[in-house]
Design a protein around this ligand. Structure first.
Ligand SMILES: [Zn+2]
Length: 268
């Protein structure tokens, strides 16, 4: 069965696998190369749900997703105290060069520039690492697709005075869903040139209304083909395409041996 893996490029506290997803992704790509596991775009799963692709062709396939869309997904940066960190895109290109196989991932970006600026100021280093200046180049290429992580992530940095912030489950009526989903898709299309095909729930949280009613009804009108949660599990034809399971690096696995166990179905 296919498996979706999740990495965060901006959360790092050292240069070891367990505290740095750049180190982890590099090691995991090497493992996937050794195991000969195909890396397929998220769209391949949607093609299977749509009957345009055989599920059997996705046996053992791995989908890579990056959450929050920091610039570290795309470019190398000098990280304070930790040295140069290789952008995830460069790691994917290296994998393709080494194995001769395609390697594409999806970056789930936050649409609102004001929200990104607030998060960058309060939670990163105020160096502009949540920019959108790479989205258009990425979206037109074949290494990273640009997908939706909502309008503002309902992030506490955006409006610190709102005590309810930081809880995406509270997005539970049509107006709030439109403000987070529809507006995000339009803004991401404006900035990247392409409408997102996938949505990732901020914090992995969703109201029943959003995932069971709003997205299945309104998502296709926006060009959305599915959504990913952070519930651990493998994907199958029986999965809910609006609540696809994903494993999260350094939550669900913490070493290449643990990833190997997950890939072989021994991780749960
Ligand atoms: Zn997020």
């Amino acid at each position: 069965m296919p498996i979706i893996l999740t990495y965060h490029s901006q959360i790092l506290s050292g240069n070891a696998y367990a505290n740095n997803d750049h180190v982890a992704l590099a090691a995991d790509l090497a493992l996937l190369g050794v195991l000969g596991r195909p890396i397929v775009p998220l769209a391949a799963l949607f093609d299977a749900f749509d009957g345009r692709r055989d599920w059997a062709s996705l046996w053992g396939a791995v989908v890579l997703t990056f959450d929050d869309g920091a610039d570290l997904d795309w470019r190398d940066v000098e990280y304070p105290g930790l040295g140069v960190q290789p952008g995830f895109a460069g790691l994917l290109r290296g994998h393709r060069h080494t194995t001769g196989q395609p390697a594409m991932a999806s970056s789930f970006v936050i649409a609102s520039r004001a929200a990104r600026d607030a998060m960058d100021r309060r939670s990163l280093f105020d160096r502009g690492w949540l920019s959108d200046d790479w989205w258009r180049e990425a979206a037109a290429g074949d290494v990273i697709s640009i997908e939706s992580h909502g309008f503002d992530h309902d992030h506490p940095d955006v409006n610190p005075d709102d005590p309810g912030r930081g809880n995406f489950s509270r997005i539970d009526d049509a107006a709030q869903c439109a403000a987070q989903i529809d507006v995000a898709s339009a803004e991401i299309e404006r900035l990247s040139g392409f409408a997102p095909q996938a949505f990732a729930y901020p914090y992995g949280q969703s109201s029943a209304f959003l995932r069971q009613q709003y997205l299945p009804c309104e998502g296709p009108r926006l060009g959305l083909r599915g959504a990913v949660s952070t519930e651990p599990g493998m994907v199958s034809s029986q999965s809910d395409r609006w609540w696809l399971p994903r494993y999260v690096c350094n939550r669900d696995w913490r070493s290449v041996d643990e990833l190997r166990a997950l890939l072989e179905g021994r991780g749960d």
